[in-house]
Design a binder for this molecule. Structure first.
Ligand code: AMP
Length: 191
């Protein structure tokens, strides 16, 4: 199995690269942002709880996110592996993910962190907001808050995987295909 944590700030290109990675490695894509937006669209209790955090660019509580991911892992554990996109976003989530995987006799293979400069992130998100329909991509102050939250609450996840020898950083700026090739160079030997 190949179990990848695709990491990086909002606007780093995780979703874009995930589409290409799924095609090449036949992995199950688990994006907590997509799952949460699905819950909101379905007007579920979980969606209602998550909405107020997402609108402000804050993180949804760990317990909500972890609960949502558990049955998805269980349901897909016989496949080629997973791409975790936008998750884990706190060290607590990373530790819970390790536990969940362990109970299913699997483990994270590698964490790939896409590095993109602040101004490029803001420009990409504002551009995406023009047609993504995502309220959190339209307002510059919400975008700035999402990046701030990333630095404060999410970057410690790097230390978590670095301590396990699983952290790999790559430059997330440039052509989509050349970024993909840099990722593939890391993943191909790990298959
Ligand atoms: P994303 O689609 O990954 O940019 O996520 C959009 C929003 O969903 C974030 O700004 C958070 O409010 C929420 N969210 C997504 N994934 C997580 C997570 N793993 N932990 C906490 N909140 C999350």
């Amino acid at each position: 199995m190949l179990n990848l944590v695709l990491f990086g700030p909002p606007g780093a290109g995780k979703g874009t690269q995930a589409v290409k990675l799924i095609e090449r490695y036949k992995l199950v894509h688990l994006s907590t942002g997509d799952l949460l937006r699905g819950e909101i669209a379905g007007q579920t209790k979980l969606g209602l709880e998550a909405k107020s955090y997402m609108e402000k660019g804050e993180l949804v509580p760990d317990s909500v996110v972890i609960g949502m991911i558990a049955n998805k892992i269980e349901a897909n554990k016989a496949g080629n592996g997973f791409i975790f996109d936008g998750f884990p976003r706190t060290p607590k989530q990373a530790a819970s993910l390790d536990e969940l995987l362990k109970t299913n006799a699997i483990a994270i293979t590698v964490m790939i962190s896409l590095e993109v400069q602040h101004d490029a992130l803001v420009a990409r998100l504002l551009n995406r907001g023009k047609d993504s329909g995502r309220a959190d991509d339209k307002d510059q102050s919400i975008i700035e808050n999402r990046i701030k939250v990333y630095h404060k609450e999410t970057t410690p996840v790097i230390d978590y995987y670095n301590a396990q020898g699983k952290y790999k950083a790559i430059n997330g700026e440039g052509e989509i295909d050349s970024i993909f090739e840099s990722i593939a160079k890391i993943l191909d030997p790990l298959k």
